[in-house]
Unconditional design. Structure first.
Length: 323
C-alpha cells in the first residue's frame, strides 16, 4: 500500500501532460478539418453561382423572355450613330427586326429613329432586313418615326418604311456622303518629319496623316463620295416616289431641314409624336418594345472594352460615312 501511495508524482504529471497534448492535437486536427470543409463549401457555392450565371446568361437567354402574347405594334429603336460596334448596328438590329417580323402577335412595326447617320453598309443591311420582312408579311405596315434626328444613314433606314413620321422639332435630311481625314503634313514639315509611303499605284496611298493628297488622289476620293451620294439619291427617289418633290431647292445639297420643311420636300409624310401616331393609327393594339438580346459576355459585364484607338481612328478616316 505504501508503494502504491508513494508513486513518483513526476510520472503522473508526465502522463497528464501527454494526455493534454494528445487532446490538443486532436482538437487542432478537428479544427483544421472543419476549416477545410468550410473552404470547400464556399468554393462549391462560388462555383455553382458562377455556373448558374453563365447558364442564365448564355444557355438560357429566353428564361426571362418578355415576348408579346397578344396583338401588338412592335417598336424597334434605331438610336445613335450607325456603326458595326454601336447599338445601332446591323449585328444587333437585324435579329431584332427578324424576331419582331416572325412573331405571330406583331401586326405592325415602327422603327423609332434618332440617329445622325453613320455607316452606309450597316444601314443597307438593316434596310435589307426590313425589305425581307415586307416580303414575308406584305400586308403588315412598317413605319418610321423620327424623334430628334433622322439624318443621312439614319434617314436612309427610314426610307425602307412605308411611311415616315417625324416629330415637329426633329431635323431630317443630310442626303449625301462624307469621307474625312486629318492632314498633318504642314505640322510634320515644321518638325522636320517626313512619311515614307511605298504604294503600288499613284492612287493607292491616299488620306495619309503626314502626306498631303495629290490633286489626282483628291479627285479619286471625290468620285467615291459622289458615287455614294448618287446611290443614296436613287434609294430616296425609289422609296419616296411621287411623294418626293424632286425640284425642291437644295434637296440633294446634303443639308438638313426642320421636319415641316422636310414634309414640304416630300421627305416626310406626317408630323406627329410617337404616342399620338400610335393612338391614331393603331388604337386597338398594345405596344411591345423589341430590343437586342445580350450575349453571355454582355450579360456578365466582361465583354472586352479596350480597343486599339489608333487602328480605329485610321479605319474611321478611311471609311465613307453618310452624315
Amino acid at each position: 500500500m505504501d508503494n502504491q501511495d508513494n508513486k513518483d508524482p513526476s510520472a503522473l504529471e508526465a502522463l497528464t501532460d501527454n494526455l493534454a497534448h494528445a487532446l490538443l492535437e486532436w482538437e487542432l486536427s478537428k479544427r483544421e478539418e472543419r476549416r477545410w470543409l468550410t473552404l470547400k463549401r464556399i468554393a462549391i457555392a462560388i462555383g455553382a453561382t458562377i455556373f448558374g450565371l453563365i447558364y442564365l446568361a448564355g444557355l438560357a437567354p429566353n428564361l426571362f423572355s418578355t415576348e408579346a402574347t397578344e396583338p401588338t405594334v412592335a417598336i424597334i429603336d434605331v438610336v445613335g450613330g450607325i456603326d458595326s460596334d454601336a447599338a445601332a448596328s446591323a449585328r444587333k438590329l437585324v435579329p431584332v427586326i427578324e424576331r419582331a417580323c416572325e412573331a405571330a402577335t406583331t401586326k405592325a412595326i415602327i422603327l423609332r429613329i434618332n440617329s445622325p447617320g453613320g455607316s452606309p453598309t450597316e444601314a443597307e443591311r438593316i434596310m435589307a432586313a426590313v425589305e425581307r420582312c415586307k416580303v414575308q408579311k406584305p400586308e403588315m405596315p412598317i413605319d418610321a418615326v423620327i424623334e430628334g434626328t433622322g439624318a443621312s444613314a439614319g434617314y436612309m433606314i427610314a426610307t425602307a418604311a412605308d411611311q415616315i413620321i417625324a416629330n415637329r422639332y426633329a431635323v431630317v435630311g443630310s442626303i449625301g456622303a462624307v469621307l474625312s481625314g486629318l492632314d498633318a503634313s504642314a505640322a510634320a514639315e515644321r518638325l522636320g518629319l517626313s512619311e515614307r509611303v511605298i504604294a503600288s499605284g499613284p492612287l493607292k496611298a491616299t488620306n495619309y496623316l503626314f502626306t498631303e493628297n495629290t490633286p489626282a488622289q483628291t479627285k479619286a476620293l471625290q468620285e467615291v463620295v459622289d458615287g455614294l451620294a448618287r446611290e443614296f439619291r436613287r434609294q430616296v427617289e425609289a422609296s419616296r416616289g411621287e411623294r418626293l418633290k424632286a425640284d425642291f431647292p437644295d434637296l440633294w445639297s446634303g443639308r438638313i431641314w426642320t421636319a415641316d420643311v422636310a414634309q414640304q420636300a416630300g421627305l416626310v409624310d406626317q408630323l406627329s409624336v410617337l404616342e399620338d401616331y400610335l393612338k391614331a393609327s393603331y388604337p386597338d393594339l398594345k405596344v411591345h418594345n423589341y430590343r437586342p438580346r445580350q450575349s453571355m459576355q454582355e450579360r456578365l459585364g466582361i465583354e472586352a472594352s479596350v480597343r486599339d484607338g489608333v487602328t480605329a481612328a485610321v479605319a474611321g478616316w478611311l471609311s465613307p460615312k453618310l452624315q
